[in-house]
Write a protein that binds this ligand. Structure first.
Ligand code: PHE
Length: 344
């Protein structure tokens, strides 16, 4: 054994470390160069054949060579790691100059704007909101509202029947009957019932599906004056402070007396224009005092209780308020159309 053997092993090791390209190879090489079975180790085992002086020199030499190889390996390992990282960063590069995908947001339908506004307004007056269901029975939609089978007023509310008994409700008044049933003859009741309604109807102002909001108040001393006040304030909230309300006699089986409610035109302030067909008034909704028959049919003492009710057309309100010319626009979900009305 001579000193050049150590030098040779070191030089060879150094060259091989330089040539290594990946981590696995480097790990194998580490075992080969400085591990237990390495040639450096086998040189160590030969040391015992030397004199004490030589042992010292060789021992030092071998240790130095091993330390040097170890630090070369560590250096190489760091280099490989850096290279790998640089490659990863390169492959994940994001081009921030690319134009972004456009993010579009929706807008509330004018139908929903009216409902939300109505609900907020009436809740602030202490009313409860009840929704009812789209599918009703003949009993709740007609019979309990004083519209017996074969009554001619059913013709005005021809709707879609699911079977002999079940139908798509033709008005939100159907929810009235449920509310009264649940109250078990005990007032007061103050509710509004917004929801979808259905009829066999189709033109620019009518659709087979439309929306109504019912208002029902039952109390021991409910009066027509309260109905008028409630309507006047509600219409001023929606259509401006100067609105006036006019009642015309009408007929609904579930109210007595019944009225058609007109509102002074908000477009011409009552002078007459195309919006109000030059009458100064806009026909708006149906209302009346709850028919004593309806109170009785729904378990209320008609001597003790009185009530008033009205029903608005959500689509009609939206069309008037936002100047919409065709009811179908409310149902076609054209985002450009919808965005005109919603500030959110
Ligand atoms: N339900 C009636 C309709 O749809 C409206 C209405 C409701 C009238 C309440 C009077 C009282 O035509």
């Amino acid at each position: 054994m001579n000193i050049n053997d150590v030098e040779k092993v070191y030089q060879e090791g150094k060259n091989r470390i330089e040539d290594v390209e990946d981590e696995n190879e480097l790990n194998n090489l580490r075992a080969e160069l400085v591990g237990k079975k390495s040639s450096l180790n086998s040189l160590f085992s030969k040391i015992k054949e030397l004199t004490i002086e030589e042992k010292k020199v060789f021992g030092e030499k071998i240790n130095k060579a091993r330390d040097a190889l170890n630090s070369l390996i560590a250096e190489k390992q760091e280099k490989i790691r850096q290279k790998k990282l640089a490659k990863k960063i390169e492959s994940e590069k994001i081009d921030v100059t690319l134009p972004s995908r456009t993010v579009t947001s929706g807008a509330k339908n004018p139908f929903k704007l009216i409902v939300d506004d109505f609900v907020d307004y009436f809740m602030s007056l202490g009313y409860e909101v009840v929704e009812g269901s789209d599918v009703e029975t003949d009993h709740y939609n007609f019979e309990l509202l004083n519209i017996p089978k074969d009554h001619p007023s059913r013709d005005m509310q021809d709707t879609f029947f699911i079977d002999k008994n079940r139908l798509l409700r033709s008005h939100t008044s159907a929810a009235q009957a449920h509310v009264m049933e649940r109250a078990k003859g005990k007032g007061p009741i103050k509710v509004i019932c917004p929801g979808k309604t259905y009829r066999r109807d189709e033109d620019v102002t009518h659709s087979h599906q439309f929306g109504q909001i019912e208002c029902l108040v039952i109390d021991e001393n409910a009066t027509m004056g309260q109905l008028e006040e409630t309507l006047t304030l509600m219409l001023r909230h929606f259509f401006g402070e100067n609105r006036k309300v006019r009642f015309r006699p009408s007929f609904f089986p579930f109210t007595e007396p019944s009225v058609e409610v007109d509102m002074s035109c908000f477009s011409c302030e009552g002078k007459g224009c195309s919006m109000c067909k030059h009458t100064g008034w806009i026909e708006l909704l149906g209302a009346g005092m709850v028919n004593p028959n309806v109170l009785r049919l729904n378990g209320f003492d008609d001597e003790k209780y009185k009530g008033f009710a009205f029903g608005i057309g959500i689509d009609r309100f939206a069309m008037l308020k936002y100047g919409i010319d065709d009811i179908k626009r409310i149902y076609t979900n054209d985002i450009d159309f919808l965005k005109q009305f919603s500030k959110e």
